[in-house]
Design a protein around this ligand. Structure first.
Ligand code: DX5
Ligand code: ZN
Length: 216
């Protein structure tokens, strides 16, 4: 599996959303990560459909939508319509994980499931064959710019082993506190896709930072 970087638009300059989306579009990043927050599942509110649509217009790269919302099943249809290629919801945010997976499948989008730092990857054992991707949070969801939680490395390795045991090539994405400084060890632990917000958009040369992550 080749390495992928997914810059998080949460750290973009919303006064220049088109410019920042075009930068990511030109860059070596294959995916664009979109953080949707409802102020209930996480103590922060970000953006929703209109912003996703605007990003969709500016790039045909894979739009990787991370739903940090309670009851994601209520909205997956609308996020798919707005342009999501992958819809990732939180294991902790729904009463019926399988129903939510089914609803996302129906939209035609790829299915991701995410676990917060305190949720062990073992809870995903039976669900793994039903999803395309697992997103391991390496910070508490809600804000950019936090420090990487090192315990995430073992979770990545455990999840990779669990997938291998089941004969699955589940994509593993990791999100939070990632830069070119720690990207190498996170890929080495078994991750395929690294999300990066503040390290990319805060860099003097964001496109170069993306390349440094891919080559770390
Ligand atoms: C946090 C979001 C992340 C965030 C990462 O809840 O899921 O995608 O944008 O930001 P950095 O890379 O700054 O930790
Ligand atoms: Zn995210």
């Amino acid at each position: 599996m080749p390495r992928i970087v997914a810059p998080s638009m949460l750290s973009a300059d919303f006064g220049h959303l088109d410019r920042d989306t075009r930068m990511v579009h030109r860059s070596a990043a294959e995916w664009i990560h979109i953080d949707v927050m409802d102020g209930v599942f996480v103590p922060n509110i970000s953006f929703g459909f209109p912003v996703l649509k605007a990003i969709r217009k500016a790039s045909d790269k894979c739009l990787d939508v991370h739903l940090m919302i309670v009851g994601p099943e209520r909205y997956v249809g609308r996020f798919a319509e707005a342009g999501a290629d992958i819809l990732t919801f939180h294991y902790e945010a729904t009463a019926d994980v399988r129903a939510c997976i089914g609803l996302i499948r129906k939209t035609g989008a790829r299915v991701g499931i995410s676990v917060k730092p305190a949720t062990p990857v073992g809870v995903l054992r039976d669900i793994l064959p039903l999803v395309d991707m697992v997103l391991i949070m390496s910070v508490e969801p809600g804000f950019g710019g936090q420090a990487f939680i090192p315990e995430a490395l073992q979770k990545i390795a455990d999840l990779r082993a669990m997938a291998r045991q089941q004969g699955l090539d589940t994509l593993i994405e990791v999100d939070g506190g990632i830069s070119a400084r720690n990207a190498g060890e996170i890929y080495a632990a078994g991750a395929d896709i690294l999300v990066a917000g503040s390290s990319v958009f805060g860099a003097a040369d964001p496109e170069a930072e993306i390349v440094r992550m891919l080559e770390a």
